[in-house]
Design a protein around this ligand. Structure first.
Ligand SMILES: [Zn+2]
Length: 418
């Protein structure tokens, strides 16, 4: 081989490498590196064994390497160099390591019908992990937003009506809960806190409270409220849950925040070939992140993947979320650098029409009553009798006990929705 070509080519290739992987940025300038002849030709066209191995790994058909894993491997190598680590721990030491309370094993749910275990990561564990990341925790919107234009999910109507924030704080760090009796510090009006929301005020977002007084409803910045020494009078249809969580917050002396999530479910194929090997993939994202953050791949968290016939994550995921919804969970919150109580619930289920039908025990477009919301037939010009959970369950029972097919009602038992 023409050595002059080798030399020239090597320098060019080296430049490209330096752009992306600046491991020894402060060591030597490009000119110095060229002169010092630190690269031998043994691994041409690679600079060294490391580059060669990384290249082999990237192209490997036997390892499942994606960009995220590859970046993490590069990060590990960077740590080795930066910390000047001289010994690599043996494989079995790391592979079998278990630290109490920090187990790396995923949660397991058993499917009673098929007697198979399905593996998933609990939504509560994902929320806990995310809340401990400062960058994520400080960006998280924790109150519904009152705004004249769309500012992401928290300014939507569902968040305002169905997702309650239970607590806000006075500037003196005193906690105010919904149902508390308060006095408006500015004009002395007394009332009960109905809900909290956030709204822009002088270029920052302030937490407001809707206060119901004897004569009218007013909105007051939470900071301006004086808490009256009276018992909490919250009365909603979830009074027991709310009172329990408030009591827990007082006893543990911890703040309480609502962190709703979006769940995404879709079909995918386990094969690269055209033969369809159906899998259902479940992922989660924190609903309170700004829209630009939600677009990032790093905001989507893997819950698990199942073969449709092996069952679904509905029961374990719903059970986990219900535990958080009713009882709350103590987590470290990096935005405030302390432990807080977190409750959660589903804000939106994101999926395509066929997957949404799946969750409604509806057979989809092939049915005569082909709408999953109502029972109108064929041309959907009017809204028919709305479907309800009870009615659907009733029809499911009828179908089980008779020879009637599902095409008429559109109701069909779907394993994913179990
Ligand atoms: Zn309809």
């Amino acid at each position: 081989m023409d050595r002059s070509f080798v030399k020239e080519n090597k320098v060019q290739r080296h430049d490209v490498w330096q752009e992306n992987f600046n491991i020894d940025s402060d060591s030597a300038t490009k000119q110095e590196l060229d002169d010092s002849e630190i690269f031998t030709d043994d691994y041409f066209p690679f600079a060294n064994r490391l580059e060669l191995l990384l290249y082999v790994l990237r192209g490997s058909k036997y390892h499942c390497i994606d960009q995220e894993l590859f970046k993490f491997i590069l990060h590990i190598i960077r740590v080795v160099v930066e910390d000047n680590i001289k010994s690599i721990p043996p494989f079995h030491k790391i592979w079998n390591l278990d630290i109490e309370g920090l187990e790396l094993k995923p949660s397991v749910s058993s499917n009673k019908d098929t007697d198979k275990d399905i593996f998933y990561i609990k939504p509560s564990s994902i929320i806990e992990m995310q809340l401990s990341k400062k960058n994520t925790a400080i960006q998280l919107q924790r109150f519904p937003r009152q705004s004249n234009f769309f500012e992401g999910q928290s300014s939507g109507s569902k968040w305002k009506t169905e997702i309650k924030s239970l607590m806000a704080k006075h500037s003196s760090s005193e906690r105010i809960y919904i149902g508390d009796n308060v006095q408006n510090g500015t004009n002395g009006e007394c009332g009960t806190v109905v809900q909290f929301f956030s709204q822009e005020f002088e270029n920052t977002h302030q937490v407001y409270a809707s206060v119901k007084s004897l004569t009218r409803n007013i909105s007051v910045i939470a900071n301006d409220l004086l808490k009256l020494d009276q018992t909490n009078v919250y009365e909603g249809d979830d009074v027991e849950r709310v009172q329990n969580l408030i009591e827990m917050s007082k006893q543990l002396d911890m703040d309480i925040y609502t962190v709703p999530i979006n769940i995404f479910v879709d079909d995918t194929s386990g094969n690269r070939s055209k033969k369809w090997n159906p899998l259902s993939v479940w992922t989660l994202q924190l609903a309170g992140l700004p829209t630009s953050e939600k677009m990032k791949k790093s905001s989507h968290h893997f819950i698990g993947v199942t073969k449709p016939e092996d069952g679904s994550f509905v029961t374990p995921v719903v059970n986990d979320l219900n535990d958080m919804f009713y009882e709350g969970k103590v987590m470290y919150d990096a935005a405030y650098n302390k432990n807080v109580i977190v409750t959660s619930q589903i804000a939106v289920g994101l999926m395509d029409n066929s997957m949404a039908s799946e969750f409604c025990h509806h057979m989809g477009a092939a049915a005569k009553e082909n709408c999953r919301f109502c029972r109108y037939r064929n041309n959907h010009l009017l809204i028919g009798e709305l479907r309800t959970k009870n009615k659907t369950e009733e029809i499911l029972k009828e179908i089980e006990n008779s020879t009637e097919t599902s095409t008429m009602t559109g109701i069909k038992k779907k394993i994913l929705a179990e």
